[in-house]
Design a protein around this ligand. Structure first.
Ligand SMILES: Nc1ncnc2c1ncn2[C@@H]1O[C@H](COP(=O)(O)OP(=O)(O)OP(=O)(O)O)[C@@H](O)[C@H]1O
Ligand SMILES: [Mg+2]
Length: 375
């Protein structure tokens, strides 16, 4: 698939911007702060109904406006798909597919964009919540049927937490009565928790060997793996449904008193850690900047590979490489270009021409004074 046209109205720094794209390599070139990443962020938003940089939509709306509109035309296996999204300051959002208004969920998965960007470093260096979110998002990308699992788990968790909070503020009979109502939530929580952990493990089992292979192409004799660390003490000895249900039941029992005292759920996938390891050392806190960057890139390229391998996908995702080349040496740039040339469309951003691979045959947009012109 490829983007043929993108139009932005009051999106971040762009009051109005219209760009035409072709298959192959597209390059957005320009000084810092000229709005290159803003364009690929808008593209990512069209595909995923969310930004890859921020969790709230407010920063996406130009500071002098109260709404923004993003429109994109795509070619997907010779069919045209038009996606439009309008976001308002009051958190409203409307989505159209081929001019028809749809619920935002219905537009998910029509377009696939894999983006590698400096923000990815946070997956490896940031707090465990970033890694959990990353894996849960990949799980949904690879099997959209699990999209509801994390929201369902979070809903039950919220209910259970509010009961625990009430119980923590009560005593005697009133507290006992509140605790008694926990049972039904425990059962739901454990069921969904086990499912979510299983999906994460399956996703990691698919992703990490492919990422490891890609990483070894860049850095031979290195080994990338992971450890899933559950929120209860102990390891995941038998990662299957019934065993997980038993473990979660035991763990919840053993921390029941502390949960009531603290008024919060202490066991479950919302507190698990996914430890990425390079040569058996944790990436976080041990890997060098260049290694961390290359691991992040390998993870993203692994997602691309898995989407391409899926027989339900007739068309390769759009690959976005935002500020990636500046971090790589000449050999790694050449290797990455081989991959970039293998997909229908790759969009590259860079601040300077020297940051690009040599002999790059690309359509170049130059970003200057808030606008963009093509060569
Ligand atoms: N809501 C907004 N309203 C107006 N301007 C905004 C808004 N959000 C971001 N900007 C501006 O957009 C610019 C950043 O754009 P962007 O991140 O696309 O830059 P870039 O060209 O990718 O730069 P770099 O090469 O440094 O990555 C900044 O100058 C920022 O102030
Ligand atoms: Mg940028």
């Amino acid at each position: 698939m490829y983007l043929t046209q993108i139009s932005l109205v009051n999106f971040r720094s762009h009051k109005t911007l219209n760009l035409s794209f072709t298959p192959g390599i597209m390059c957005l070139l320009g000084n810092n702060g000229q709005g290159k990443t803003n364009v690929v962020e808008a593209l990512y938003f069209l595909a995923n109904q969310e930004s890859h940089r921020v969790s709230s939509n407010q920063p996406l709306i130009n500071k002098e406006s109260d709404k923004t509109k993003i429109s994109g035309n795509f070619d997907v296996s010779n069919n045209t798909i038009q996606l439009e999204i309008e976001l308002t300051k009051s958190n409203g959002s409307t989505t159209w597919v081929n001019k028809n208004p749809v619920r935002s969920k219905e537009a998910l998965g029509l377009i696939q964009v894999v983006i590698s960007a400096p923000e990815d470093l946070e997956i490896l260096k940031g707090d465990p919540g970033q890694r959990r979110l990353f894996i849960d998002q990949i799980a949904t990308t690879l099997s959209p049927r699990v999209a509801g699992l994390r929201p369902d788990y979070e809903r039950v968790l919220k209910q259970r937490n509010s009961l625990l909070k009430s119980a923590s503020m009560l005593s005697g009979k009133a507290q006992q009565n509140t605790i008694a109502t926990l049972d039904v939530w425990n059962e739901k929580l454990i069921q969904l928790a086990a499912e979510l952990i299983l999906i994460r493990l399956q996703t990691l089992d698919q992703l990490i060997p492919v990422a490891n292979e890609l990483y070894q192409q860049i850095a031979p004799n290195n080994f990338l793996n992971f450890q899933y660390q559950p929120s209860w003490t102990g390891e995941l000895i038998k990662p299957e449904g019934a065993w997980l249900v038993d473990q979660l039941t035991l763990a919840l029992k053993s921390c029941a008193e502390e949960e009531i005292r603290r008024g919060v759920t202490l066991v479950g996938p919302h507190r698990d850690e996914i430890l990425f390891q390079l040569n058996d050392l944790p990436v976080k806190g041990y890997a060098s900047h260049g290694e961390t960057w290359s691991i992040a890139l390998s993870l993203k390229l692994a997602i691309l590979t898995l989407i391409e391998a899926d027989i339900n996908n007739q068309s390769s995702p759009i690959l976005v490489l935002d500020d990636v080349f500046a971090e790589l040496d000449e050999q790694r740039r050449a290797q990455l270009m081989d991959i970039a040339l293998g997909v229908e469309q790759t969009i590259i951003t860079a601040a300077a021409e020297v940051d690009l691979p040599k002999n790059l045959l690309a359509k170049i947009y130059r970003f200057e004074d808030g606008g963009a012109t093509s060569d």
